[in-house]
Write a protein that binds this ligand. Structure first.
Ligand SMILES: Cc1ncc(COP(=O)(O)O)c(C=O)c1O
Length: 433
């Protein structure tokens, strides 16, 4: 889809949502939208980026958008699912993924979680030596169809967002390959466990340049080759390269694309394409971010110290990362009138605030936009991953509805409810009786 096509499609979906009452200034002040046609296109571009001759399972990282109907759509589009907790595993199963197409990564898997994953046949990536010992204990008492790997930390360094960088010298994830004695110890772990047949890595997420990610994957592939060479048998048969493709939050352009990433992988890790290994990928943000947006009514406007401020219904409860770490997670904002049409006035720097009771609850500061009025709607693009599906329950603000949308060739929009709005004032049940 063209770049202008994306903005047009957002506007079309928003106008239809207002028209059909899914956005309403009294009853539906805030909602998330997922462009389901866009999701299909993105999954196709991911699949097409890898050579057809390779056996690749693209497992969507559920943490990026864990709504069960979204997972279901991704399953129907041909993806598997990567989960990082018992909750996400339950969501993936509920969405209908076969256990063999689910990958369980977490640095804190309990014995019970491991036993369940192994009995289901879910793929497990162990995060360290202690977890391998737990797997030994479980596998001593039962057999399992699970594919099992070890997550390695290639220690190639950080990207521009420290919190998203998982391949630093002291990261909490995986077995650090460069720490003294670890390679030897890990090769020995593979030697003693013929069922250990995969190598996993995830170098980092947003903020990591493609070369850094590809260099990290290359070290994981080199390690797999080393294991097979030192063991004198091809024990490692699969490599899980994680996710992490960064997303462009600055415009509607999808850069970098999956194709550019695969080019870098070919350069740094040619053995990955030899056909000797099955591949798993675990992309999250790059699959969903640009296929979702948030829309919220402006309740009031005011001018303070000379600065126009729009008080909207979207704040930290739906955009925690942007509100608490605005430099790392800037978002675009678009101004629409009450019927959902884009506003085209002269851009005026204004703050776009949320409803939460703290001063920092701002989606954007001094953002140039056509001047917003009460009753207008702000649209926040690129929020399909890690935003409306990752709520922050401040001020008892309810989770908004999330709607999936498809636009037919005539421009007609049909919606599918992906998550109902939470009731206005959720009151927890009292304990005891
Ligand atoms: C192990 C693992 N795989 C995949 C992902 C997904 O990363 P992204 O959404 O950047 O593609 C993450 C993100 O934290 C992760 O920790």
């Amino acid at each position: 889809m063209s770049v202008s096509g994306k903005a047009e499609r957002r506007e079309r979906i928003l106008r239809a949502a207002v028209h059909q009452g899914l956005m309403d200034p009294e009853t539906a002040l805030l909602a998330g939208f997922v462009d389901l046609d866009g999701v299909d296109e993105t999954v196709t571009s991911l699949r097409e980026a890898f050579p057809e001759s390779l056996r690749v399972l693209h497992a969507f990282a559920a943490k990026a958008n864990c709504l069960v109907p979204v997972l279901e759509e991704l399953r129907l589009a041909g993806m598997g699912c990567e989960v990082a907790s018992a909750g996400e595993l339950a969501q993936a199963l509920e969405a209908g993924f076969e256990p063999a197409r689910i990958v369980f990564d977490s640095p804190a898997k309990t014995r019970a979680e491991l036993a369940r994953a192994l009995s289901l046949g879910v793929t497990v990536n162990a995060d360290g030596f202690q977890e391998l010992s737990r797997l030994d204990e479980i596998l001593a008492t039962r057999r399992s169809d699970s594919r099992i790997g070890v997550r390695v930390n290639p220690q190639v360094g950080a990207g521009s967002i420290g919190a998203m960088s998982t391949a630093t010298a002291t990261s909490k994830f995986g077995v650090p390959l460069e720490d003294e004695g670890n390679r030897q110890r890990l090769v020995q772990a593979y030697r003693e466990r013929p069922w250990l047949t995969w190598v996993h890595t995830h170098v980092g997420s947003q903020g990591c340049p493609l070369d850094l990610i590809a260099r990290g994957v290359a070290k994981a592939v080199e390690f797999a080759e080393e294991v097979n060479e030192r063991l004198g048998r091809r024990q490692v048969t699969g490599i899980d390269i994680g996710g992490g493709l960064p997303v462009n939050f600055g415009s509607d352009e999808t850069t970098p694309g999956f194709g550019a990433y695969v080019d870098r992988l070919r350069e740094h890790a040619p053995a990955l394409f030899s056909g000797a290994y099955e591949i798993v990928t675990e992309f999250g943000r790059s699959v969903m971010a640009k296929n979702g947006f948030t829309a919220a009514y402006v309740e009031y406007t005011k001018t303070v110290g000379g600065r126009p401020i729009a008080i909207t219904h979207a704040g930290a409860q739906v955009a925690a990362r942007t509100v608490f770490a605005p430099e790392a997670w800037p978002l675009r904002i678009e101004a629409h009138d009450p019927r959902g049409h884009a506003k085209h006035g002269r851009p005026v720097p204004q703050d776009v605030a949320g409803p939460c009771c703290f001063a920092g609850d701002l989606l954007a500061r001094e953002h140039p936009l056509p001047l917003l009025d009460a009753g207008d709607i702000v649209v926040v693009p690129d929020t399909g991953a890690y935003y409306f599906s990752t709520p922050f329950h401040y001020n008892s603000l309810p989770e908004p509805a999330v709607h999936g949308a498809r636009v037919d060739a005539d421009g007609a929009v049909t919606f599918r409810l992906l998550r109902p709005a939470q009731k206005e004032h959720p009151v927890p049940a009292r304990a005891g009786g």
